[in-house]
Ligand binder design. Structure first.
Ligand code: FAD
Length: 403
């Protein structure tokens, strides 16, 4: 079916990222017709790992994706905090004492994207329309017309902007929202584990913290190949593009981690491709639903990656929004307001908490081994960790009351 033949009763979703695809799958599983308009000419993902915490795992289970996701995951045995300089380690999580099975899914972004694409196409083979760059929309009582960059207009029943941090749907709904550079950049890369020493291949999530940078490393797999993710955040006054596709060099990255423990230096030296991007924040929105148009994921609450919650929040949004369709099938404007009211406080709080993690990760007390130990024991004590993460992980988007 060509894009011009999209049914007028279809729900249009701008963006085939993880949020848009999870939304489409949630709707199709309910028998609600939808079509995804994706600007890219092919569905590709940046080479990086993903951390899906229990709040996101519940959504994937509800979408009946557990089996496919678990086949492509590595279960972490432990999570440790490590000191940047001498590698000293403090335990945060041990799977052997996790009777409830609360470990996160560690997998490649590309895997999750592929699993979601297959799930959507199984239910509606023609649902994803590539080369469909949404530039605006018009809505009235009858429906919505999404305008594409090539001049085509697609009529649908409603429009969901899942078109990421630079959302055009948000621009049409709310106007321009300025982003602000946070004086920090992020590095991402993958290292085939056979290039690493045996002690670096363990199934452990390690968060290395230092005075002006931190690194998270964890194992993921692609078919039979095991990879270690390298995810580094560094204080940096220089402005960079807010893009995920900027390439960086090993030399430049090593410069950002001078004096760090040899395990980190070895990780960087062995990375295949390094991506880097500037970290930006936007003010929280007060509203993101109007009539038959709403937003989800980074389009309405992009956040810093310090809690690993961007994808998890997009999954939660999709789950709650799909349930609101069920709740108010004949009044989508009401369904979208209910969804917004349910999600605004939680996502704003997560956005704020993620930003608040920067001084926790990058702290002057970490400069010296003498002060670092006490600092880590306080900041990463079980009670401090529980207060920081439990309210995020315990949320269940698949059952949270709608009223
Ligand atoms: C390397 C990396 C690692 C991360 N790690 C984690 C993690 O471990 N855990 C976690 O929870 N979060 C993580 N995040 C954050 C997370 O990836 C984002 O929050 C999440 O991808 C947001 O999903 P989304 O679907 O809302 O937007 P996006 O993933 O940005 O997808 C938007 C989609 O819309 C398309 N699009 C954009 N504009 C238009 C348009 N005008 N018309 C049509 N299509 C359009 C884009 O091409 C894209 O396909 C990470 C981010 C990165 C970059």
């Amino acid at each position: 079916m060509s894009i011009e033949q999209v049914s007028k009763s279809s729900v249009l979703i701008a963006g085939a990222g993880i949020g848009g695809l999870a939304m489409a799958l949630s709707l199709l599983r309910r028998g609600i017709d939808c079509d995804i308009l994706e600007q890219s000419s092919e569905l590709r993902e940046v080479g990086a790992g993903l951390w899906i915490s229990m709040n996101g795992v519940r959504v994937l289970r509800d979408l009946a994706l557990t089996e496919q996701v678990e086949q492509n995951c590595i279960a972490a045995e432990r999570r440790d905090i490590r000191l940047w300089s001498n590698g000293e380690s403090w335990p945060l999580y041990d799977r052997s004492s996790d009777a409830a099975g609360n470990q996160p899914y560690l997998l490649l972004r590309a895997h999750l994207l592929k699993i979601l694409v297959e799930g959507v196409r199984r239910l509606k083979p023609s649902a994803i329309h590539l080369n469909a760059h949404v530039v605006g929309f018009i809505q009235d009582d009858e429906g919505v017309r999404a305008k594409l960059a090539d001049g085509t207009e697609i009529q649908g029943h409603a429009l969901i902007g899942a078109d990421g941090a630079h959302s055009k749907v948000r621009l049409g709904l709310i106007g321009n929202i300025e982003s602000e550079y946070t004086n920090a950049i992020a590095w991402r890369g993958l290292v085939p584990v056979e290039r690493l020493a045996p002690h670096q291949r363990e199934h452990v999530v390690s968060t290395w913290i230092g005075p002006t940078a931190h690194v998270t490393a964890y194992p993921v797999k692609w078919q039979d190949t095991q990879l270690m993710t390298f995810s580094g955040q560094v204080d940096c006054a220089d402005w960079l593009l807010e893009s995920w596709s900027e390439k960086g060099s090993v030399k430049e990255c090593l410069g950002d981690f001078q004096g760090w423990h040899s395990d980190i230096i070895e990780l960087i030296r062995n990375v295949d491709t390094l991506n880097k991007w500037g970290l930006f924040v936007r003010p929280s929105l007060e509203t993101w639903s109007k009539g038959r148009v709403t937003l989800l994921g980074d389009a309405c609450h992009s956040m810093l990656p310090y809690l690993g919650q961007g994808v998890n929040m997009a999954l939660e949004d999709a789950s709650v929004l799909a349930r609101c369709f069920d709740d108010q099938p004949n009044d989508l404007a009401k369904a979208f307001r209910t969804y917004q009211d349910l999600r605004l406080d939680r996502t704003s709080r997560v956005v704020k908490s993620a930003a608040g993690m920067l001084p926790v990760f990058h702290n002057p007390a970490l400069n010296s081994v003498a002060t670092a130990g006490d600092y880590i024991k306080t900041q990463w004590a079980p009670s401090a960790t529980a207060a920081r993460y439990d309210w995020i992980y315990q949320y269940d988007a698949t059952t949270v009351p709608l009223h």
